[in-house]
Ligand binder design. Structure first.
Ligand code: C2E
Ligand code: MG
Ligand code: MG
Ligand code: MG
Length: 291
């Protein structure tokens, strides 16, 4: 009986699997041309202080528009780029673009830093740390203005080489943030020893604020843990005022999400930073309403 069910479901899923692997192959082939054909671009999503409403930085987010496939989501093409190794070349381009942008922002109010997502295959390049140092030095960007976002996998077991790369970047003054924190398996010992700057609380916890007491307790615990270890915290995927107020009250330092702003083209980000009224925004959305 079980066998028969398995056989049926196999037959049922075969066309879907075939379709899936066709799509992956197509993406992988198209991705090889994306950079030379100028199909990639970056957008920047503001990060806002929960203490005073100031725009402290922006996360660079990669965008890909292919002439035939249209706009392809990073959640779909980044894993393809990672497994083909293409992410090394693309990630290098992302770093150069983001560093050049942050260099243009040094005269803006607060001189926002740029946060760049970095994949494990990039960290495993033996010359990665040297390249980042060289790139920022040549652009004239102080290392403090570049934050590298890495996933929790590098703070778990294994990946000793990736951690060595991160340690040397931290020693050179770059900030490292652990992205999507709380969904994987970080070693608390590593978090402290490696000198990471920030924990980025995953959206899955943020989205259920007000509905799920467990998620709220987890957020409070992450914020306390981070502060005890000398790290700051940022919450991602903040969409509602209720979420922002809870996070501010829990002591979370910074937020990022559609409540404030989605990712923007650089010109629009710069315009926003210039006209942003931090105190007004803070008073409107975060200050405790008068009783
Ligand atoms: P991530 O680093 O966790 O980035 C946050 C994602 O959440 C972004 O998705 C962002 O657009 C989205 N987001 C921001 N605010 C909200 C919100 O309020 N609600 C919801 N539902 N979503 C929000 P995006 O741009 O599609 O990127 C997805 C993932 O792709 C990123 O997750 C990151 O892991 C990866 N990625 C993006 N750009 C790069 C890159 O340049 N290099 C590498 N290696 N990975 C990248
Ligand atoms: Mg990120
Ligand atoms: Mg994230
Ligand atoms: Mg939940």
């Amino acid at each position: 009986q079980a066998k028969q069910t398995a056989r049926h479901s196999w037959r049922f899923y075969t066309p879907a699997l075939q379709h899936h692997s066709d799509r992956l192959l197509r993406l992988s082939t198209a991705l090889a041309q994306a950079l030379p054909r100028g199909e990639l671009r970056l957008q920047y999503q503001p990060q806002v202080s929960l203490r005073d409403g100031r725009i402290v930085g922006a996360e660079a987010l990669l965008r890909w528009r292919h002439p035939g496939l249209g706009e392809v989501a990073p959640a779909e093409f980044i894993p393809v780029a990672e497994s083909s190794g293409r992410i090394v070349e693309i990630g290098d381009w992302v770093l150069r673009e983001a560093v050049a942008a942050a260099r243009r922002w040094v005269d803006l109010p607060q001189a926002p830093y740029v946060a760049v997502n970095v994949s494990v295959p990039q960290l495993l390049q033996p010359d990665f740390a040297a390249r980042v140092r060289e790139l920022t030095a040549r652009a004239g960007l102080p290392p403090q203005r570049l934050e590298l976002e890495v996933t929790e996998s590098v703070a778990a077991g294994g990946l000793e080489d990736a951690r060595r790369t991160l340690r040397s970047l931290v020693e050179a003054g770059f900030a490292v943030a652990i992205d999507d924190f709380g969904t994987g398996y970080s070693s608390l010992a590593y978090l402290r020893r490696l000198g990471f700057a920030r924990l980025k609380i995953d959206r899955v916890f943020v989205q259920d604020i007000g509905r799920d007491a467990d998620d709220e307790a987890i957020i409070r615990a992450i914020v306390q843990l981070a502060h005890t270890l000398g790290l700051s915290t940022i919450a991602e995927g903040v969409e509602t005022v209720e979420q922002a107020r809870f996070l501010a009250e829990a002591g979370c330092d910074v937020m990022q999400g559609w409540l404030f702003c989605a990712a923007l083209d650089e010109a629009d980000f710069v315009t926003l930073v210039r006209k942003h009224d931090a105190a007004g925004w803070h008073a409107r959305w975060l200050a405790t309403p008068a009783a």
